[in-house]
Design a protein around this ligand. Structure first.
Ligand SMILES: *[C@@H]1O[C@H](CO)[C@@H](O)[C@H](O)[C@H]1NC(C)=O
Ligand SMILES: *[C@@H]1O[C@H](CO)[C@@H](O)[C@H](O)[C@H]1NC(C)=O
Ligand SMILES: *[C@@H]1O[C@H](CO)[C@@H](O)[C@H](O)[C@H]1NC(C)=O
Ligand SMILES: *[C@@H]1O[C@H](CO)[C@@H](O)[C@H](O)[C@H]1NC(C)=O
Length: 370
């Protein structure tokens, strides 16, 4: 009995420590776009779904997509851009070059639920309460929804601001499209991040089920991507457009929108969001050792943050992110952010959980599975 009590006491202490042993934590899933370069010394590999622990260990490939290796011919990746997890159904949705592929949480039973031409689908998310998928398309500039089995596809919003083709097949991006997408189906908002055209580099939202005007929440972002919402904190990844562009994770406190503003209206294109502030979680300029790598020719590359996931329990918050550079040499990393100290002294601490590209592939999507 005494032993048991002592054990319980030590367990509580362990849980209360800023960095616990995370015995109870789940695991991570990474979507890897694969490598199709011909150049050496880069090996080629297929588009894959991977798992690993929240410590970055025990990485393994759960599933590979697209054509099998044929004898004598190299691996052919189909490419991928985004991963979404549905906790209520335990399905994973991978937006790939063939369309959206659904798998079980262990990668089994892959099924192409929304076939599309390569490059069309650029983002995907799951609305858990509605039981719907939402995704963004590049050539059409649309946001669409579908049931979780891929049926009942509908156009939710046309954000294209004009398309660059004559209605027949084409591979020209629309003037604008949703590089990242998020649905708050509790409060009825659709969020997306837009690159190109009028909304280039902004994070926007609009009512989910009405024609209401979009609001620009943040702008001036260099290739905004993945979005996450935790309480009132809306996070996004700034991927960076070029191999030397800075990259970051930032957030916007949505409670600002409820406070009285100088303008009577929420921000729109005609009233830019000058009154609103954004916060930076991590910026590549401040963590050179993590974000800069030299390839075999000596060229310096900046790894761009492609995806991240926010973990919160009663005690602490963590963010895991994946960053990669797909230049002549592929670099892929999984990094954990924790917070130390309190008040003004509270600061983010970054730790590379694995910097081995063989473990994480060329990561484009990251999910936490409990
Ligand atoms: C990865 O998945 C395999 C197959 O389901 C499983 O055996 C293994 O424990 C998983 N590893 C992690 C770290 O989740
Ligand atoms: C990770 O690998 C180690 C050693 O191979 C093994 O003992 C451990 O059970 C694995 N953990 C998970 C979660 O798969
Ligand atoms: C979306 O809007 C563009 C004009 O910006 C238009 O050309 C296109 O046909 C619209 N697409 C759909 C599916 O309505
Ligand atoms: C990051 O560094 C680049 C190059 O030195 C500089 O141009 C840019 O202003 C910096 N950005 C921030 C936010 O510090």
């Amino acid at each position: 009995m005494l032993v048991l009590l002592a054990l319980q006491a030590s367990l509580q202490v362990t849980l209360a420590l800023p960095k616990d042993n995370t015995q109870s934590l789940g695991s991570l899933r990474i979507l890897d776009t694969g490598v199709g370069h011909r150049s050496t010394p880069v090996p080629r590999w297929r588009t894959s779904l991977r798992n690993l622990t929240t410590h970055g260990t025990n990485a393994s490939i759960l599933q590979q997509f697209g054509p099998e290796y044929a004898p004598g011919s190299p691996a052919l990746p189909i490419g991928a851009v985004s991963l979404a997890y549905s906790p209520s159904t335990s399905y994973l949705y991978a937006a790939t070059g063939q369309g959206i592929i659904r798998t079980d949480v262990d990668g089994s039973n892959p099924k192409l639920v929304i076939p599309e031409k390569p490059g069309q689908i650029v983002s995907v998310t799951v609305a858990e309460r509605e039981g719907k998928l939402y995704y963004g398309t590049e050539y059409e500039g649309l946001i669409k929804s579908a049931d979780l089995d891929g049926s009942n596809i509908e156009v939710v919003r046309n954000i294209s601001q004009g398309i660059n083709w004559d209605g027949m097949s084409s591979f020209m991006p629309a003037n604008a499209y949703a590089g990242g997408i998020l649905v708050d189906d509790e409060k009825g908002w659709l969020y997306w991040s837009a690159s190109r055209a009028l909304y280039d580099g902004s994070v926007l939202r609009a009512p989910l089920h009405s024609e209401g005007q979009e609001q620009v929440l943040a702008d001036g972002i260099d290739m905004p991507g993945q979005l996450r919402l935790v309480g009132d904190a809306l996070y996004w990844a700034e991927k960076g457009r070029w191999s030397s562009s800075p990259t970051a994770i930032k957030w916007f406190d949505l409670s600002q929108l409820r406070k009285p503003q100088p303008q009577s209206q929420p921000p729109s294109l005609t009233s830019p969001p000058v009154a609103f502030t954004t916060q930076t979680v991590v910026h590549s300029n401040e963590s050179a050792a993590i974000f800069f790598e030299q390839d075999y020719t000596g060229d310096k590359q900046t790894l761009g943050i492609q995806s991240f996931v926010v973990y919160r329990d009663g005690v602490e918050q963590k963010i895991w992110f994946v960053a990669q550079s797909s230049g002549r040499t592929m670099f892929g990393k999984l990094v954990e952010i924790t917070w130390r100290g309190s008040g003004d002294g509270r600061k983010a601490v970054l730790e590379v959980l694995t910097g081995d590209t063989k473990d994480v592939g060329v990561p484009v999507g990251l999910e936490y599975v409990s």
